[in-house]
Design a protein around this ligand. Sequence first.
Ligand code: SAM
Ligand code: SF4
Length: 359
Amino acid sequence: MEKKSHLLNITDFTKAEIVEMLNADINSSSELFAAADETKRLYVGSKVYFRGLVEFSNICSKDCFYCGIRKSNSNVHRYNLTDEEILEAASFAYENNYGSLVLQSGELASEQFADRIEYLLCEIKALSDNKLGVTLSLGEQTRDVYKRWFDAGAHRYLLRIETSNQQLYKRLHPASHSFEKRIDCLRILQNIGYQTGTGVMIGLPYQTIEDLADDLLFMQSFDIDMVGMGPYIEHEETPLYAHNDILWPIEKRFSMALKMIAILRILMKDINIAAATALQAIDPIGREKGVKAGANVIMPNITPGMYRNDYSLYQNKPCTDEEPAQCRGCLDARLSLADSEIGYGEWGDSKHYFRRMKK
Ligand code: SAM
Ligand code: SF4
C-alpha cells in the first residue's frame, strides 16, 4: 500500500519549514505537490471554477512601479469599455455557464466611478437572473463605496497586498501609496462580508525567500478566503525595470509560484486559490500546472479581443489576440490534462469564507 505523506496531516508550518520547502529544487518537490493536490481534493474537491475576467479599463490614478498601465506610462493607449460592452461580456459569461465574473480595472476613486460600478452590478444581476457571481478587483476604495457595491450584488473582492514586507512595499510604490491603507481596506472588506482575496507577486526585485514565507503566514494570520498570486514579470516601461539585473531567472519565479501555491493549499486547506494569468505568460500550460499544484480557480479573459493588448501589465501577456470563445475552447481541452473537471454554472464560493463567518 502506498505510504501517505506526513504533509497531509499538517495544519501549521513554521517559517523555517516554509523557507526550506521554497528553497528545495522543483524536481525534489513531488511530495509537496502530491500532498497539495490530495489536500485540495479532500477539502474543496477536484472541480476548477471559472471567473470570466473583464479588464474593462486601463485608466489608473496610481503609479505602482511594477505595473505597465501605471498612470505615468504615457505610451499606453488608454481605453474604457462602454457599459454595453461590459454587459455584453457579462452575458457571454452567463450564456457560457462560467458561473462568475470578475470586473477588474485600473484604480479610480471618484463618485462617478462608484456610481458606474453600482449601476453595472445591478444590470449584471438583472441580466443573469441573479445567477452570475461577481468578484470585483478595483483597488482601494472607501468603506462606503465597498458597502454600496456589496449591497448591489458583488460578493467577492480581490485586493493584493503585493508583498507583506512593508519596507519592500515602500520600494515598489510612490510615497503616496500606503501599505497601512491596503491592510485597512482588506479589513473593511472582511467586515462588510465580502469573500476577501489577496495575493502577492513572486520574484520581485529585492524580495527574499523569507519574505515569501512571511507572505504565506500573513495570508494565514489574516484569515483570507481567496488568493491570487503569481510571478512578477517585468515591463520595460516601468521604473522597476531598472532593477532587472537582480531578478531571479523567469523559470525560478515560475517554479517558486507553484511551490507557493502548494504550500498555501496545505496551510489553508479550504480557501480558493486562483492560478494567475502570469503563470501562463511564462509557460503555455502554466495555469494548468497551477491547478496541479493546488489551485482551484481560473480566470479566463473575456475582455473583447481588441482591447486586450492595451491591458499590458507586463510583457508577453498571453491570449491578447484571442476572442473570448477561443479562450474557453482552449481551456476546456487543457484542463482535462490536469485531471480536473470544470464547475460550469457554479459559483464555487470559498468554503473557508463560510467557516470564517460562523466563528
Ligand atoms: N488596479 C487594481 C489593483 O491594483 O488592485 C486591479 C488591477 S491590477 C493590474 C491587478 C494586479 O496586477 C495587481 O494587484 C498586481 O499584483 C498585478 N500586476 C501588476 N503589474 C504586474 C507585473 N509587472 N507582474 C505581475 N503582476 C503584476
Ligand atoms: Fe494601477 Fe493596479 Fe497597476 Fe497599481 S497595479 S498601477 S493600481 S492598475
